[in-house]
Design a protein around this ligand. Structure first.
Ligand SMILES: [Ca+2]
Length: 472
Protein backbone atom coordinates (compact mmCIF):
# COMPACT_ATOMS: atom_id res chain seq x y z
CA UNK A 1 0.00 0.00 0.00
CA UNK A 2 1.10 3.54 -0.73
CA UNK A 3 2.64 5.21 2.29
CA UNK A 4 0.35 7.91 3.68
CA UNK A 5 1.17 11.57 3.75
CA UNK A 6 1.12 12.91 7.30
CA UNK A 7 -0.61 16.17 8.25
CA UNK A 8 -0.13 16.75 11.97
CA UNK A 9 -2.09 19.76 13.19
CA UNK A 10 -1.78 21.13 16.72
CA UNK A 11 -3.17 24.21 18.42
CA UNK A 12 -2.08 25.75 21.71
CA UNK A 13 -4.31 25.25 24.80
CA UNK A 14 -7.43 24.26 22.85
CA UNK A 15 -9.93 22.13 24.79
CA UNK A 16 -12.32 19.53 23.35
CA UNK A 17 -15.16 21.59 24.83
CA UNK A 18 -14.38 24.22 22.21
CA UNK A 19 -15.41 22.09 19.22
CA UNK A 20 -18.92 21.46 17.92
CA UNK A 21 -18.35 17.73 17.58
CA UNK A 22 -17.47 17.46 21.28
CA UNK A 23 -20.71 19.26 22.13
CA UNK A 24 -20.08 23.02 22.08
CA UNK A 25 -23.42 24.57 21.04
CA UNK A 26 -22.06 28.07 20.36
CA UNK A 27 -18.70 27.76 18.64
CA UNK A 28 -19.01 26.16 15.21
CA UNK A 29 -15.91 24.31 14.08
CA UNK A 30 -16.92 22.56 10.86
CA UNK A 31 -13.37 21.95 9.65
CA UNK A 32 -11.95 20.64 12.90
CA UNK A 33 -15.04 18.44 13.12
CA UNK A 34 -14.68 17.30 9.53
CA UNK A 35 -11.53 15.39 10.44
CA UNK A 36 -13.29 13.39 13.14
CA UNK A 37 -16.58 12.99 11.32
CA UNK A 38 -14.79 11.40 8.39
CA UNK A 39 -12.45 9.49 10.69
CA UNK A 40 -12.22 8.81 14.43
CA UNK A 41 -13.01 11.02 17.39
CA UNK A 42 -11.40 10.19 20.75
CA UNK A 43 -13.46 11.13 23.81
CA UNK A 44 -10.75 10.39 26.35
CA UNK A 45 -7.42 11.73 25.18
CA UNK A 46 -5.06 13.20 27.80
CA UNK A 47 -1.97 15.35 27.90
CA UNK A 48 0.59 13.74 30.21
CA UNK A 49 2.04 17.06 31.44
CA UNK A 50 -0.25 20.03 30.85
CA UNK A 51 2.31 22.60 29.82
CA UNK A 52 3.39 23.79 26.36
CA UNK A 53 7.02 22.75 25.93
CA UNK A 54 6.88 19.37 27.74
CA UNK A 55 3.73 18.38 25.87
CA UNK A 56 5.37 19.25 22.58
CA UNK A 57 8.41 17.14 23.41
CA UNK A 58 6.08 14.25 24.18
CA UNK A 59 4.22 14.60 20.90
CA UNK A 60 7.46 14.57 18.91
CA UNK A 61 9.06 11.62 20.70
CA UNK A 62 6.25 9.42 22.09
CA UNK A 63 7.96 9.65 25.49
CA UNK A 64 7.08 11.21 28.83
CA UNK A 65 8.73 14.48 29.93
CA UNK A 66 11.32 12.87 32.21
CA UNK A 67 12.57 10.79 29.26
CA UNK A 68 12.65 13.36 26.43
CA UNK A 69 14.16 15.94 28.80
CA UNK A 70 11.70 18.84 28.83
CA UNK A 71 9.92 18.85 32.18
CA UNK A 72 8.95 22.52 32.28
CA UNK A 73 8.70 25.60 30.09
CA UNK A 74 12.29 26.64 30.73
CA UNK A 75 11.17 29.80 32.46
CA UNK A 76 13.89 29.51 35.08
CA UNK A 77 17.06 31.25 33.93
CA UNK A 78 19.36 28.37 34.85
CA UNK A 79 17.04 25.58 33.76
CA UNK A 80 18.38 23.14 31.23
CA UNK A 81 15.31 21.95 29.43
CA UNK A 82 16.67 20.42 26.26
CA UNK A 83 14.95 17.96 24.02
CA UNK A 84 17.35 15.05 24.44
CA UNK A 85 19.20 14.62 21.11
CA UNK A 86 19.39 10.88 21.75
CA UNK A 87 15.62 10.51 21.82
CA UNK A 88 14.42 10.32 18.21
CA UNK A 89 11.45 12.36 16.98
CA UNK A 90 8.86 11.14 14.49
CA UNK A 91 9.81 13.78 11.87
CA UNK A 92 13.45 12.65 12.06
CA UNK A 93 12.47 9.03 11.58
CA UNK A 94 10.11 9.83 8.73
CA UNK A 95 12.70 11.95 7.01
CA UNK A 96 15.24 9.13 7.26
CA UNK A 97 12.60 6.85 5.71
CA UNK A 98 12.23 9.11 2.67
CA UNK A 99 9.52 11.54 3.71
CA UNK A 100 9.69 15.23 2.82
CA UNK A 101 9.27 16.96 6.19
CA UNK A 102 8.21 20.49 7.12
CA UNK A 103 7.25 22.44 10.24
CA UNK A 104 5.35 25.75 10.38
CA UNK A 105 4.04 27.87 13.24
CA UNK A 106 4.34 27.41 16.98
CA UNK A 107 7.14 25.13 18.20
CA UNK A 108 8.10 26.39 21.68
CA UNK A 109 11.11 24.19 22.24
CA UNK A 110 14.38 25.96 22.95
CA UNK A 111 16.59 24.17 20.45
CA UNK A 112 16.23 24.45 16.69
CA UNK A 113 13.81 21.90 15.22
CA UNK A 114 15.35 18.56 14.20
CA UNK A 115 14.36 16.37 11.31
CA UNK A 116 12.75 18.92 9.00
CA UNK A 117 13.71 19.66 5.39
CA UNK A 118 12.25 23.10 5.96
CA UNK A 119 10.89 24.95 8.97
CA UNK A 120 9.60 28.36 9.93
CA UNK A 121 8.53 28.87 13.53
CA UNK A 122 7.54 31.54 16.03
CA UNK A 123 10.29 32.28 18.55
CA UNK A 124 8.89 31.07 21.91
CA UNK A 125 5.21 31.89 22.25
CA UNK A 126 5.11 34.16 19.20
CA UNK A 127 2.64 37.00 18.66
CA UNK A 128 -0.61 37.22 16.69
CA UNK A 129 0.03 40.34 14.58
CA UNK A 130 2.95 40.94 12.23
CA UNK A 131 4.77 38.07 13.92
CA UNK A 132 8.45 37.34 13.85
CA UNK A 133 9.31 33.89 12.57
CA UNK A 134 12.59 32.00 12.54
CA UNK A 135 12.79 30.84 8.93
CA UNK A 136 15.27 27.95 8.80
CA UNK A 137 17.44 29.74 11.35
CA UNK A 138 16.99 33.29 10.07
CA UNK A 139 14.73 35.83 11.79
CA UNK A 140 12.06 37.41 9.58
CA UNK A 141 8.98 39.53 10.28
CA UNK A 142 5.87 38.64 8.32
CA UNK A 143 2.96 41.04 7.99
CA UNK A 144 -0.51 39.86 8.88
CA UNK A 145 -2.23 37.52 11.32
CA UNK A 146 -0.24 34.54 12.61
CA UNK A 147 -2.95 31.91 12.00
CA UNK A 148 -3.28 33.02 8.36
CA UNK A 149 0.46 33.30 7.76
CA UNK A 150 1.24 29.87 9.21
CA UNK A 151 -1.40 28.43 6.88
CA UNK A 152 -0.04 30.32 3.87
CA UNK A 153 3.35 28.71 4.54
CA UNK A 154 1.78 25.26 4.90
CA UNK A 155 -0.04 25.64 1.59
CA UNK A 156 3.05 26.97 -0.15
CA UNK A 157 4.95 23.88 1.02
CA UNK A 158 2.19 21.55 -0.23
CA UNK A 159 2.04 23.30 -3.59
CA UNK A 160 5.79 22.93 -4.05
CA UNK A 161 5.82 19.14 -3.67
CA UNK A 162 6.62 16.88 -6.59
CA UNK A 163 3.94 14.29 -5.80
CA UNK A 164 6.48 11.45 -5.69
CA UNK A 165 7.77 11.70 -2.15
CA UNK A 166 5.25 11.34 0.72
CA UNK A 167 5.16 14.39 2.96
CA UNK A 168 5.01 14.97 6.70
CA UNK A 169 3.71 18.44 7.48
CA UNK A 170 3.73 19.57 11.12
CA UNK A 171 1.34 22.54 11.13
CA UNK A 172 0.98 24.21 14.52
CA UNK A 173 -0.89 27.32 15.60
CA UNK A 174 -0.17 29.91 18.25
CA UNK A 175 -3.95 30.23 18.67
CA UNK A 176 -5.81 30.11 20.98
CA UNK A 177 -3.01 30.91 23.46
CA UNK A 178 -3.48 34.08 25.48
CA UNK A 179 -3.61 37.02 25.02
CA UNK A 180 -6.58 35.79 22.99
CA UNK A 181 -6.37 38.09 19.99
CA UNK A 182 -8.69 37.42 17.06
CA UNK A 183 -8.21 38.45 13.45
CA UNK A 184 -10.01 41.78 12.81
CA UNK A 185 -12.51 39.97 10.55
CA UNK A 186 -13.59 37.80 13.51
CA UNK A 187 -13.46 40.48 16.22
CA UNK A 188 -17.24 40.90 16.35
CA UNK A 189 -18.36 37.28 16.30
CA UNK A 190 -20.48 36.16 19.28
CA UNK A 191 -21.15 39.78 20.24
CA UNK A 192 -24.81 39.22 21.08
CA UNK A 193 -24.28 35.90 22.80
CA UNK A 194 -23.94 35.30 26.54
CA UNK A 195 -21.44 32.49 27.13
CA UNK A 196 -22.72 30.25 29.96
CA UNK A 197 -20.55 30.08 33.06
CA UNK A 198 -19.15 26.69 34.06
CA UNK A 199 -20.77 24.92 37.02
CA UNK A 200 -17.62 25.38 39.12
CA UNK A 201 -17.25 29.12 38.40
CA UNK A 202 -17.58 29.91 42.13
CA UNK A 203 -15.75 27.02 43.78
CA UNK A 204 -14.91 27.29 47.48
CA UNK A 205 -12.15 24.61 47.32
CA UNK A 206 -13.56 23.07 50.49
CA UNK A 207 -11.77 19.74 50.11
CA UNK A 208 -8.77 20.65 47.92
CA UNK A 209 -6.27 22.63 49.90
CA UNK A 210 -3.54 22.89 47.24
CA UNK A 211 -6.03 24.18 44.71
CA UNK A 212 -7.28 26.72 47.23
CA UNK A 213 -3.80 28.24 47.35
CA UNK A 214 -3.54 28.84 43.61
CA UNK A 215 -4.74 32.43 43.83
CA UNK A 216 -2.83 33.42 40.74
CA UNK A 217 -4.96 31.06 38.64
CA UNK A 218 -8.04 33.22 39.14
CA UNK A 219 -8.81 34.74 35.77
CA UNK A 220 -10.50 37.83 37.13
CA UNK A 221 -7.29 38.76 38.93
CA UNK A 222 -4.61 37.53 36.55
CA UNK A 223 -6.27 38.38 33.23
CA UNK A 224 -7.46 41.86 34.22
CA UNK A 225 -4.23 43.51 32.97
CA UNK A 226 -4.92 42.05 29.49
CA UNK A 227 -7.94 44.38 29.12
CA UNK A 228 -7.72 48.16 29.10
CA UNK A 229 -11.43 48.67 28.43
CA UNK A 230 -13.04 47.18 31.53
CA UNK A 231 -15.97 49.51 32.32
CA UNK A 232 -15.60 51.74 35.36
CA UNK A 233 -17.70 51.31 38.46
CA UNK A 234 -18.28 47.54 38.33
CA UNK A 235 -18.45 45.50 41.50
CA UNK A 236 -15.85 42.74 41.85
CA UNK A 237 -18.41 40.14 40.78
CA UNK A 238 -19.55 42.20 37.77
CA UNK A 239 -15.95 42.72 36.75
CA UNK A 240 -15.32 38.97 36.93
CA UNK A 241 -18.36 38.34 34.73
CA UNK A 242 -17.27 41.00 32.25
CA UNK A 243 -13.76 39.54 31.94
CA UNK A 244 -15.19 36.03 31.60
CA UNK A 245 -17.40 36.98 28.65
CA UNK A 246 -14.57 38.82 26.93
CA UNK A 247 -12.01 36.08 27.59
CA UNK A 248 -14.27 33.34 26.26
CA UNK A 249 -15.44 35.27 23.19
CA UNK A 250 -11.92 36.26 22.20
CA UNK A 251 -10.82 32.63 22.56
CA UNK A 252 -13.70 31.44 20.45
CA UNK A 253 -12.81 34.05 17.82
CA UNK A 254 -9.20 32.89 17.63
CA UNK A 255 -10.40 29.28 17.35
CA UNK A 256 -12.73 30.33 14.55
CA UNK A 257 -9.62 31.58 12.74
CA UNK A 258 -7.96 28.20 13.19
CA UNK A 259 -11.01 26.35 11.90
CA UNK A 260 -11.27 28.57 8.84
CA UNK A 261 -7.59 28.14 8.03
CA UNK A 262 -7.54 24.40 8.54
CA UNK A 263 -10.44 24.36 6.07
CA UNK A 264 -8.16 25.90 3.43
CA UNK A 265 -5.65 23.09 3.86
CA UNK A 266 -8.26 20.31 3.92
CA UNK A 267 -9.84 21.80 0.79
CA UNK A 268 -6.45 21.78 -0.91
CA UNK A 269 -6.02 18.08 -0.11
CA UNK A 270 -9.48 17.43 -1.61
CA UNK A 271 -8.79 19.49 -4.72
CA UNK A 272 -5.50 17.69 -5.37
CA UNK A 273 -6.91 14.21 -4.67
CA UNK A 274 -4.61 13.68 -1.73
CA UNK A 275 -7.20 13.44 1.05
CA UNK A 276 -7.64 9.66 0.86
CA UNK A 277 -3.90 9.04 1.18
CA UNK A 278 -3.26 11.53 3.98
CA UNK A 279 -3.29 10.74 7.68
CA UNK A 280 -4.65 13.91 9.29
CA UNK A 281 -4.33 14.30 13.05
CA UNK A 282 -5.78 17.25 14.93
CA UNK A 283 -5.00 17.82 18.60
CA UNK A 284 -3.78 20.39 21.12
CA UNK A 285 -0.82 20.45 23.52
CA UNK A 286 -3.08 20.38 26.62
CA UNK A 287 -6.42 21.69 27.84
CA UNK A 288 -7.35 24.85 29.74
CA UNK A 289 -9.46 26.06 32.62
CA UNK A 290 -12.24 28.06 30.98
CA UNK A 291 -13.43 29.76 34.15
CA UNK A 292 -13.66 26.35 35.85
CA UNK A 293 -13.02 26.85 39.59
CA UNK A 294 -12.77 30.54 38.68
CA UNK A 295 -9.50 29.80 36.90
CA UNK A 296 -7.70 30.17 33.59
CA UNK A 297 -4.47 28.35 32.53
CA UNK A 298 -3.65 24.65 32.97
CA UNK A 299 -0.94 22.57 34.85
CA UNK A 300 -3.17 20.91 37.46
CA UNK A 301 -4.19 17.30 36.80
CA UNK A 302 -7.87 18.25 36.73
CA UNK A 303 -9.99 17.29 33.74
CA UNK A 304 -10.25 20.70 32.02
CA UNK A 305 -6.46 20.97 31.97
CA UNK A 306 -5.49 17.45 30.87
CA UNK A 307 -8.21 16.63 28.35
CA UNK A 308 -7.28 17.30 24.73
CA UNK A 309 -9.15 16.98 21.47
CA UNK A 310 -8.03 14.18 19.18
CA UNK A 311 -9.57 13.58 15.78
CA UNK A 312 -7.90 11.51 13.09
CA UNK A 313 -8.72 10.90 9.43
CA UNK A 314 -7.17 8.57 6.85
CA UNK A 315 -9.74 7.10 4.47
CA UNK A 316 -7.35 4.64 2.83
CA UNK A 317 -6.16 3.51 6.26
CA UNK A 318 -9.42 1.78 7.15
CA UNK A 319 -10.61 4.59 9.40
CA UNK A 320 -14.18 5.80 9.12
CA UNK A 321 -16.82 7.24 11.39
CA UNK A 322 -15.60 5.85 14.73
CA UNK A 323 -16.01 7.39 18.14
CA UNK A 324 -14.05 5.79 20.96
CA UNK A 325 -13.95 6.16 24.76
CA UNK A 326 -10.64 4.27 25.09
CA UNK A 327 -8.03 5.94 27.31
CA UNK A 328 -5.31 7.44 25.13
CA UNK A 329 -2.44 9.86 25.76
CA UNK A 330 -0.26 12.23 23.77
CA UNK A 331 2.62 9.71 24.04
CA UNK A 332 0.59 7.64 21.56
CA UNK A 333 0.76 10.10 18.64
CA UNK A 334 4.34 9.45 17.48
CA UNK A 335 4.03 5.63 17.44
CA UNK A 336 0.69 5.91 15.62
CA UNK A 337 2.24 8.05 12.89
CA UNK A 338 5.25 5.74 12.55
CA UNK A 339 3.00 2.68 12.44
CA UNK A 340 0.90 4.01 9.56
CA UNK A 341 4.03 5.18 7.73
CA UNK A 342 5.52 1.69 7.98
CA UNK A 343 8.50 2.96 9.97
CA UNK A 344 9.79 0.86 12.83
CA UNK A 345 8.80 2.23 16.24
CA UNK A 346 11.98 2.67 18.35
CA UNK A 347 12.20 0.51 21.46
CA UNK A 348 12.29 3.52 23.78
CA UNK A 349 8.91 4.86 22.65
CA UNK A 350 6.52 4.76 25.62
CA UNK A 351 3.18 5.22 23.87
CA UNK A 352 1.12 2.73 21.87
CA UNK A 353 0.00 2.92 18.27
CA UNK A 354 -3.67 3.89 18.07
CA UNK A 355 -4.10 1.99 14.82
CA UNK A 356 -6.47 -0.70 16.20
CA UNK A 357 -8.66 1.91 17.88
CA UNK A 358 -8.68 3.97 14.71
CA UNK A 359 -9.72 0.95 12.73
CA UNK A 360 -12.62 0.33 15.10
CA UNK A 361 -11.32 -2.34 17.49
CA UNK A 362 -10.25 -1.89 21.10
CA UNK A 363 -7.71 -4.60 21.95
CA UNK A 364 -8.61 -6.65 25.07
CA UNK A 365 -5.36 -5.63 26.70
CA UNK A 366 -5.68 -1.90 25.98
CA UNK A 367 -4.55 0.25 28.93
CA UNK A 368 -6.97 0.75 31.83
CA UNK A 369 -5.28 3.83 33.29
CA UNK A 370 -3.31 6.87 32.20
CA UNK A 371 -0.30 8.48 33.90
CA UNK A 372 0.26 12.16 34.52
CA UNK A 373 3.31 14.00 35.85
CA UNK A 374 3.66 17.77 36.26
CA UNK A 375 7.12 18.88 37.30
CA UNK A 376 6.76 22.64 37.46
CA UNK A 377 9.37 25.04 36.16
CA UNK A 378 11.07 25.64 39.42
CA UNK A 379 11.62 24.24 42.83
CA UNK A 380 12.33 27.71 44.13
CA UNK A 381 9.76 28.80 46.63
CA UNK A 382 9.06 32.50 46.52
CA UNK A 383 10.99 34.34 49.14
CA UNK A 384 11.88 31.19 51.03
CA UNK A 385 14.39 29.17 49.07
CA UNK A 386 15.99 25.93 50.15
CA UNK A 387 15.03 26.21 53.78
CA UNK A 388 11.33 26.08 53.01
CA UNK A 389 11.84 23.28 50.52
CA UNK A 390 12.95 20.94 53.25
CA UNK A 391 9.65 21.09 55.06
CA UNK A 392 6.16 20.30 53.84
CA UNK A 393 5.25 23.92 53.66
CA UNK A 394 2.65 25.63 51.54
CA UNK A 395 4.76 28.41 50.22
CA UNK A 396 4.47 29.79 46.76
CA UNK A 397 5.75 27.76 43.81
CA UNK A 398 6.41 29.64 40.58
CA UNK A 399 4.41 30.30 38.56
CA UNK A 400 0.78 30.10 39.65
CA UNK A 401 1.72 28.32 42.88
CA UNK A 402 1.27 24.85 41.51
CA UNK A 403 3.79 22.43 42.89
CA UNK A 404 4.86 19.22 41.20
CA UNK A 405 2.38 16.38 41.31
CA UNK A 406 1.65 13.09 39.63
CA UNK A 407 -1.35 10.87 39.34
CA UNK A 408 -3.29 8.08 37.76
CA UNK A 409 -6.66 8.25 36.06
CA UNK A 410 -8.85 5.27 35.23
CA UNK A 411 -12.18 5.41 33.42
CA UNK A 412 -13.85 6.25 36.74
CA UNK A 413 -11.33 7.42 39.34
CA UNK A 414 -8.42 9.80 39.68
CA UNK A 415 -5.73 9.76 42.35
CA UNK A 416 -3.32 12.71 42.61
CA UNK A 417 -0.15 12.84 44.73
CA UNK A 418 1.30 16.26 45.58
CA UNK A 419 4.60 14.81 46.61
CA UNK A 420 6.43 18.07 47.30
CA UNK A 421 3.88 19.32 49.79
CA UNK A 422 3.84 16.70 52.46
CA UNK A 423 1.80 13.56 52.14
CA UNK A 424 -1.13 15.27 50.45
CA UNK A 425 -3.42 13.33 48.11
CA UNK A 426 -6.66 13.75 46.25
CA UNK A 427 -9.10 11.11 45.10
CA UNK A 428 -12.07 11.82 42.84
CA UNK A 429 -14.92 9.58 41.76
CA UNK A 430 -15.47 11.00 38.28
CA UNK A 431 -18.77 9.19 37.86
CA UNK A 432 -20.30 10.67 41.03
CA UNK A 433 -18.36 13.92 40.88
CA UNK A 434 -17.32 14.77 37.30
CA UNK A 435 -16.35 18.31 38.29
CA UNK A 436 -13.81 17.02 40.85
CA UNK A 437 -15.16 19.11 43.71
CA UNK A 438 -15.18 16.44 46.41
CA UNK A 439 -11.83 15.00 47.37
CA UNK A 440 -12.73 11.66 49.00
CA UNK A 441 -9.17 10.55 49.76
CA UNK A 442 -9.80 10.57 53.53
CA UNK A 443 -13.19 8.87 53.22
CA UNK A 444 -12.96 5.39 54.81
CA UNK A 445 -15.37 4.00 52.23
CA UNK A 446 -12.65 4.47 49.62
CA UNK A 447 -9.74 3.02 51.59
CA UNK A 448 -9.41 -0.15 49.50
CA UNK A 449 -9.66 1.82 46.29
CA UNK A 450 -6.95 4.22 47.48
CA UNK A 451 -4.68 1.24 48.09
CA UNK A 452 -5.36 -0.17 44.62
CA UNK A 453 -4.84 3.15 42.89
CA UNK A 454 -1.61 3.84 44.80
CA UNK A 455 -0.33 0.47 43.63
CA UNK A 456 -1.37 1.33 40.07
CA UNK A 457 0.37 4.72 40.29
CA UNK A 458 3.59 3.08 41.50
CA UNK A 459 3.30 0.43 38.78
CA UNK A 460 3.06 3.15 36.13
CA UNK A 461 6.00 5.05 37.65
CA UNK A 462 8.08 1.90 37.39
CA UNK A 463 6.82 1.06 33.93
CA UNK A 464 7.62 4.53 32.59
CA UNK A 465 10.79 4.97 34.65
CA UNK A 466 9.64 8.07 36.53
CA UNK A 467 11.02 7.22 39.94
CA UNK A 468 13.04 10.17 41.11
CA UNK A 469 11.32 12.08 43.88
CA UNK A 470 13.19 15.26 43.04
CA UNK A 471 14.55 14.98 39.54
CA UNK A 472 16.26 18.35 39.69
CA1 LIG B 1 0.07 25.40 25.46
Amino acid sequence: MKRPNILFVMTDDHTPREMSSYGNPILHTPNLDRVGNEGTRFNNCFSTNALCAPARGTVLTGCFSHVHGIRGNSERADAIENLDPNVPTFPELLRAAGYKTALFGKYHIRQDPRGFDTWCIHPGQGVYFDPTYIDNGKEVVKEGYATDITTDMALEFLKGLDGEQPFCLVYQFKAPHRPFTPAPRHAHLFEDIEIPQPETYRDDFATRKIAALAEDMKFDISLAPDYDDIPEGLSDEEKKDWIYQRFMKDRYRTIYGVDENLGRVLDYLDETDQADDTLVIYTSDHGYFLGDYGWYDKRFMYEPSIRIPLVVRYPNGGISGNVTDALVMNVDFAPTILDFAGVEIPEGVQGESLRPLLQGTEPDDWRRSVYYAYFEDSWVLHGKGAEAMSEPSFQYFTPHRIGPHRGVRTDRYKLIEYYAEGDYWELFDLQEDPNELRNVYEDAAYADLVMDLKAELRRLQVRYGDLEEDSR
